[in-house]
Design a protein around this ligand. Structure first.
Ligand code: MG
Length: 411
């Protein structure tokens, strides 16, 4: 027998949706690291990437697919010169969903940015496939539907976002097997997410109003894509994360909070009934939460930067000023409102951020426009994904009208 005996390793087949974005690229790095550990006998799980999906970044996708030996791929916006000969390609708006339906896998990494990521992740959950969730919009826009689908199908949700991964780990310290969509245990009285405060933490509201694109893209602690970097500057990112936490851990608005923590070292805290506070810490490096989500509480050697606590001279926790950063109060309103308010909030923000990135509105109008849309919003219940998309389109139309009015005024 010339073959080497198979080790006792199990194989985990992974689909990466949004593989060329910041989280997708780091997920591949973490998988390569974990497979190196497995080949050295330090881990019992081998990760096999079985499919990759992107929006339009063909060349980088092709490079990733060749390197990882992946045949099944999905590209939402196809270009003619792409050489398809080595791949089985799905194209079009539903390409990522088709990939989920076609390719058997054990885990879907949902890292497509924006509402475009909802459809494929929702389908995976309906099919009972566990999801490492990095796409915020899935829960913000369709949280009720997604959680119900996960409870029906048995799919687990592994949060990749650093704050939710932090909460998850704090909750695991109370109950080893804790994993969303399970409700947080009743002895948890409050969950607190930390926010770096972004580049405008010390700015006055006047300075925030007129911040430039470069200033807004210059995040002090995290390296991320443009949308989430702008969201960090308005604190809309924290607002979206509070809505996500509401769904993931089954907590009401009065059990949720956020504080500014400029060092970005404590990612989340939970306050327990016995008055103890449990915090999760780590260097600001997304590879740590990605590995946790992939390896589900196997605390094996990581490839993320290590935190040296002796290098920390201080840890600050500062209350968020609602006048300078109205996003947090808006999120609490959305959580209380329920129905399609989350879909409207998410779409209004996404559309307003695009308008800012395209130089159509000043920075300070992003949260003002979202506030206006939510103020005028007539909340309806949602029972299907189509209801979510309808609310999404309606909110975008509202933002479009508000942006036009702003443009007219400034002429
Ligand atoms: Mg985060």
């Amino acid at each position: 027998m010339g073959t080497i005996a198979a080790s006792s390793s199990s194989t985990k087949r992974v689909l990466i949706l949004g593989s060329t974005g910041s989280i997708g690229v780091q997920t591949i790095e973490v998988i390569e690291h974990l497979n190196t550990l497995e080949s050295k006998g330090k881990s019992s799980v081998r990760y096999e990437v079985v499919g990759l999906a992107v929006g339009s970044n063909h060349q980088q996708l092709a490079d990733q697919a060749v390197k990882l030996g992946v045949r099944d791929i999905a590209i939402a916006s196809m270009c003619e010169e792409f050489d398809q000969s080595s791949f089985k390609v799905r194209t079009g708006k539903n390409a990522a969903r088709k990939l989920v339906e076609d390719v058997p896998c054990d885990l879907v990494v949902g890292a497509i940015v924006g509402i475009a990521g909802l459809d494929s992740v929702y389908r995976a959950i309906e099919l009972g496939i566990d999801v490492a969730l990095a796409n915020k919009e899935t829960l913000v826009a369709a949280g009720g539907l997604v959680i119900q689908a996960a409870q029906r199908s048995g799919a687990k949700l592994f949060p990749v976002d650093s704050e939710h991964a932090g909460v998850w780990q704090c909750l695991q310290s109370l109950s080893n097997n804790y994993c969303p969509p399970m409700l947080a245990p009743a002895l948890v009285e409050r969950v607190i997410l930390t926010a770096s405060g972004g580049p405008f933490r010390r700015h006055t509201r006047d300075q925030i109003e007129n911040a430039s694109l470069n200033d807004a893209l210059n995040h002090p602690t995290w390296k991320m894509g443009a949308k989430v970097t702008i969201d960090s500057a308005t604190l809309m990112n924290k607002a979206l994360e509070l809505i996500e936490a509401h769904w993931l851990f089954g907590l009401d608005a009065d059990c949720l909070g956020a504080v500014i923590h400029p060092q970005s070292v404590v990612h989340a805290m939970i306050e327990c009934a016995d008055s103890s506070v449990i915090a999760q810490m780590g260097a600001p490096d997304m590879k740590a939460p990605i590995q946790h989500a992939l390896g589900f509480q196997e605390r094996i050697e990581g490839c993320a930067s290590k935190l040296d606590v002796t290098k920390l001279s201080r840890l600050d926790f500062i209350e968020i000023d609602p006048d300078r950063f109205p996003a947090i109060d808006l999120a609490m309103g959305v959580i209380k409102e329920g129905g399609d308010a989350g879909a409207a909030f998410n779409a209004a923000n996404e559309h307003a951020v695009n308008a800012f990135l395209n130089n159509k509105i000043p920075f300070g109008m992003i949260d003002q426009i979202v506030a206006q849309v939510m103020n005028d919003w007539d909340t309806q219940p949602i029972s299907t994904i189509e209801d979510v998309y309808a609310a999404d389109s309606k909110a975008r139309e509202c933002v479009g009208r508000l942006c036009e009015a702003i443009a007219e005024k400034s002429q």
